[in-house]
Design a protein around this ligand. Structure first.
Ligand SMILES: [Zn+2]
Length: 369
């Protein structure tokens, strides 16, 4: 089996210098962290259900380099005193000094400040690409900042083809750096958040939060302006939109602009309705879906959205039957195409699952070169 993973964040391998994901006791976790050699450590993937304890500052305070350990869900992490001091953290609703817990934006700001850069980052990316190769991935569509782009450029040979997907902030710098050494894909813009964090933007309120419909980061007018700007440069957009409300803003923006280019992308489109799917098709859009999300997140979906909406989330069969253009990517949850493939195969059958994971690549339809 060959795969294209059309939605990756290889930069997360910067948080896997110590791999916490497969550790199943506090002792093993501490042994792994203690034996790490480096000036600071950010590691991702602990889970109290496996290690038997919800990590607190006291567990890691004896370690004499700054350490930040991120829980598997990415919404909370724990820092030791060396890290707290280095980052200058003060207690507020996103940092609990007693337990050393950091939440949401504060957590990710800290992770970005402590994570490896330069050559060390490049080594992490290479490790990730080698893992990709082992799993049968031949191409990743990877979201990159200028810093990650520079790290890629410092690598001599890549085991897997990397299509770079610049974030809208800094995309011109990424284009300049990529030159003709890297194929450039789509430019990433966030329209909403995630269902787990209750920030995906819905048309109807969440099931477990009264009157709360999530967060719209960009409305249709701003999205339309960005699409027009990118098309001017011959570029296509990749819009992160999960809730039906956010998808609606994207479609409205495209309908307003009347795109000249085909295959602008919507990432996730988890709650896309049939009517919206038909409009996306009419606009020549490409949906990048995550079959792995259903087996991975169904518990969260039911809680956040209720049974009815959870049942029609990530509607692979509907999109396929309407012949909406679609590709599959993991979004690193988990970074394992086989996991999503097994679900897609069950829903769509083997031949179609293979097509959306790889087959389209042969046609060279969505990407040149
Ligand atoms: Zn993503």
């Amino acid at each position: 089996m060959k795969f294209v993973d059309a939605h990756t964040h290889m930069e997360l391998f910067a948080f896997k210098e110590v791999d916490l994901e497969h550790i199943s006791s506090l002792e093993d976790l501490l042994r792994a962290v203690e034996s790490f050699r480096g000036e600071s450590l950010v590691a991702w993937g602990w889970d109290e259900r496996r290690i038997g304890v919800f990590l607190e500052r006291k567990h890691i305070d004896h370690i004499d380099i700054p350490v930040l350990l991120i829980r598997v869900d990415g919404h909370v992490g724990v820092a030791n005193t060396r890290a707290v001091e280095l980052l200058g953290l003060k207690g507020d609703d996103r940092f609990d000094p007693e337990k050393g817990h950091l939440f949401e934006e504060t957590l990710w700001e800290a992770a970005n400040r402590l994570k490896p850069g330069g050559e060390r980052l490049a080594r992490c990316l290479l490790k990730g690409l080698k893992k990709a190769e082992e799993m049968g991935i031949v191409e990743v569509h990877d979201f990159v900042s200028p810093e990650v782009m520079e790290a890629y450029l410092s690598l001599e040979e890549l085991p897997v083809r990397v299509v770079v997907m610049p974030y809208y902030d800094g995309y011109k710098e990424v284009l300049r750096l990529a030159g003709d050494r890297f194929p450039v894909g789509w430019v990433k813009v966030y329209v909403d958040g995630s269902i787990g964090a209750r920030t995906a933007y819905l048309r109807e309120p969440y099931a477990d939060r009264e009157d709360w419909r999530g967060v719209l980061l960009k409305g249709w007018e701003e999205i339309a302006r960005i699409i027009a700007e990118l098309e001017e440069e011959g570029l296509r957009v990749s819009l992160h939109a999960i809730g039906d409300g956010a998808i609606e803003e994207c479609l409205k923006a495209f309908e307003e602009v009347g795109p000249r280019l085909r295959y602008h992308r919507i990432e996730h489109a988890e709650l896309i309705t049939e009517d919206q799917a038909l409009r996306a098709k009419r606009l020549g859009l490409l949906i990048c879906a995550q079959p792995n999300f259903n087996p991975y997140f169904m518990g969260t979906y039911v809680k956040a959205l209720g049974e009815e909406r959870a049942r029609r989330i990530n509607p692979l069969r509907m999109l396929d039957s309407l012949k909406v253009d679609m590709v599959f990517g993991s979004d690193m949850m988990p970074f394992d195409p086989g996991f999503g493939f097994r679900y897609a195969e069950r829903v769509l059958g083997r031949r179609k699952a293979e097509y959306y994971y790889y087959g389209w690549r042969e046609e060279g339809r969505y990407i040149k070169g």
